[in-house]
Design a protein around this ligand. Structure first.
Ligand code: NAD
Length: 306
């Protein structure tokens, strides 16, 4: 009997795997309909500039209620003003240092009291130092980990329970191509982004195991974007160009609205990740030389943080 059960399970696995593969191919040609976010309360961390600001504007156009967090009050207020101009009916602005657990808990409690439950959480706030590991100070490394990954833990702790209770929500992690591919001179940044990908993937599986199919997840892995964060980066290869921030924001919004589990931008990142998974080390080093990855540090300027 046990043998028959295993046989049936294996048969089901083969048939469904085939069906889902065909479905995935079909979805490449005919994408699913984009969901409305009009009745959603979207919290975006790091909304005061760059991708966070552009996502706020996109969500504003789609009439979502916005909750904007940033450590930079001025930038955040400017995003709020621009979002209201785009038509968002409700925009709530909070100063929050996402790298500090107590601050996240305090501001999250305020949001729940003043706005209500967050139904879409976009963990976007991020920083980069861009020094060789041996030259990076302990406090710089700590800050990168606090903002780029620990903040995700604290925000999920604050807002996921209400999503689980209602079986409704969307968790968006703005990670990076550096969550799959490494670059010299960014050891702390790459570590934090690998962690962000691992954390988001694991919680996504947790939702599936808990049968919370109303909670969607999207992991975003772009390469370099012209927001200022990676100022000085000079693309030497078409595989890793400097991406236009508006183009990236549109791609991210489309992926979120189609409940896409992961998006890598540009598509060449999928190729590089695939190649990395099997190619001999010496070949990957050759490729790194070819794409001038070893030279990224030479011109990197980035941002200055307090
Ligand atoms: N720019 C790129 O090339 C690139 C590439 C891949 C992934 N990313 C990721 O995209 C996200 C957004 O990056 P960006 O390019 O828009 O950068 P950005 O510097 O323009 O914006 C980051 C925002 O986060 C805010 N922030 C920083 N520390 C904070 C803290 N402790 N608490 C709250 N807010 C804080 C900043 O004030 C800023 O408004 C980051 O997570 C980044 O790692 C960026």
């Amino acid at each position: 009997m046990a043998f028959l059960g295993t046989l049936l399970e294996t048969f089901e696995l083969i048939v469904l795997s085939f069906f889902y593969s065909i479905e995935a191919l079909f979805r490449l040609l005919v994408p699913p309909r984009s969901k409305s976010v009009e009745n959603e309360t979207v919290l975006i961390t790091g909304a005061g500039s760059g991708i966070g600001r552009l996502l706020s504007l996109e969500f504003a156009r789609l009439k979502a209620t916005l909750v904007l967090w940033d450590i930079n009050e001025e930038g955040n207020e400017e995003t709020a003003r621009m979002s209201r101009d785009q038509g968002s009916p409700r925009v709530h602005v909070y100063k929050c240092d996402c790298g500090r657990k107590e601050d996240v808990a305090r501001v999250a409690a305020l949001v729940k009291k003043e706005v209500g439950d967050v139904t879409m959480l976009v963990n976007n706030a991020g920083i980069v130092i861009g020094k060789n590991f041996i030259d990076t100070t302990e406090s710089e490394m700590q800050k990168v980990m606090d903002v780029n990954i620990m903040a995700h833990f604290w925000t999920y702790k604050a807002f996921l329970p209400a999503m689980i209770a209602r079986n409704h929500g969307h968790l968006v992690s703005i990670a990076s191509a550096a969550g799959f591919l490494t670059v010299n001179g960014f050891a702390d940044y790459c570590s934090s982004k690998f962690a962000a990908v691992g954390f988001a993937e694991s919680v996504a599986l947790e939702m599936i195991a808990m049968k919370k199919d109303g909670i969607k997840t999207t992991i975003v892995c772009p390469s370099f974007i012209n927001t200022g964060m990676f100022d000085g980066y000079k693309p030497q290869s078409r595989m890793l160009p400097m991406l236009d921030a508006k183009h990236v924001a549109k791609k991210i919004i489309n992926a979120i609205r189609r409940d896409q589990p992961i998006i890598m931008i540009p598509r060449s990142v999928y190729f590089l990740v695939y190649m990395k998974s099997w190619m001999p080390k010496k070949v990957s080093i050759l490729l790194a030389h070819y794409t001038r990855l070893f030279d990224v540090m030479k011109t990197f300027v980035g941002r200055k943080y307090n």
